[in-house]
Design a protein around this ligand. Sequence first.
Ligand code: NCD
Length: 338
Amino acid sequence: MIFTGSHILSVEQFERADIERIFTVADAMAPYALRRRVTRVLEGAILGNMFFEPSTRTRISFGCAFNLLGGEVRETTGFESSAIAKGESLYDTARVLSGFSDVICMRHPQEGSVAEFAEASRVPVLNGGDGANEHPSQALLDLYTIRKELGSKNRGIDGLRIALIGDLKYGRTVHSLCKLLCHFSQVHVTLVSPTELAMPESIVEEMRAAGHTVIVTEDLTQSISSVDIAYSTRIQEERFASKEEADMYRGRFRLNQSIYTQYCEPNTVIMHPLPRDSRADANELDNDLNQNPNLAIFRQADNGVLVRMALFALVLDVVDQVDKYARDVNWYNSLRTL
Ligand code: NCD
């Protein structure tokens, strides 16, 4: 694909070569994300960061990624603080905001809303999550993490064995991740969820058509016994009709150190897009895993900055100029490794 000036709305836009390109650029962003170097390549550029659903990681990570490239961030969070609460349409908001910004990131509870917004936008729009539909930057950072974690064990994504656990119906991160995995070969995917929260059939079909082995089950311990990656997800309470309905599924698939030791292969990597629900009735990834070196959840979040820097650099066509506008940092740097 041609990245320059493009919206990033769905992982379906990418071919395998595009994914590799994003990862190569993300690798090159490490000195900046680690604060060894600073670059001013996007000096003067403005990111409009519009988050109409709760977000910590994605919003701040997009913002930091833009700042690390030298750009400025303006943002609005929630409907209450935006003119959408006064009845303004996505079309009008997009026309106006795109006149103020060089690129826009947007999260919105409605499926397809970010694409609708992008149609009216005069600048590239990056999807930060549209309802239960897609979360492309998260899937890219997840796959980037998988590549890095397995790479250190001399393995690649082809032939990957992965278990996706939890709310696979409403979890947009796993929808996008499964679609991305279709570009690779011989992937063994185990989908672990309550039947009512199963992965949409169209995505299962897509994976099977890509030649992947897909197993659908409710059995957690058996599923995690022979995988490279155990990827847990949160019950997406905000997409249920009521809290009580979500409560029926919360805490169904808990992973803790003793289950890990008993059932997983020694080097199984644990992932989660975060936030993990750490309340007692959920506790999908127990805190006793925090010392487990294979818990990759915080490395995942770190990697998100690299991947989002890469997306900005590609969409705004500055990949080749990042180093030209760079210098060493002045301050004491406590971030040594990622
Ligand atoms: C995810 C999301 O918003 O879809 N969070 C994130 O962006 N890292 C997952 C979730 O909220 O459960």
